[in-house]
Design a protein around this ligand. Sequence first.
Ligand SMILES: [Zn+2]
Length: 102
Amino acid sequence: MSETCGTCGLPRELCVCETIAKESQKIEVVKVKKKFGKISTMIRGLNQNEINLKELASKLKSRFACGGTAKEGLIELQGNHLKDVKAELVKLGFSPDTIDVK
Ligand SMILES: [Zn+2]
């Protein structure tokens, strides 16, 4: 038996909720200065009910070969990836119009 989506009730393979969510997010990418002058890149505005943040974070972490965390609608990546995050999110199915790089 296949798993069904909690939002639309369709089997996971037919569900487009995540696709729709990806197109309707308002995502902000910001650079954050941490303690000791460390820089990290924060992606916020992600809808954690519709986007699998952990999965997204792990894809980005392996793409940028960096550490990072995912929690409560935001993903934080170690290092400055401001220039590359948008292109990578677009590759993963997000619409470029929804991504605002500060
Ligand atoms: Zn669904």
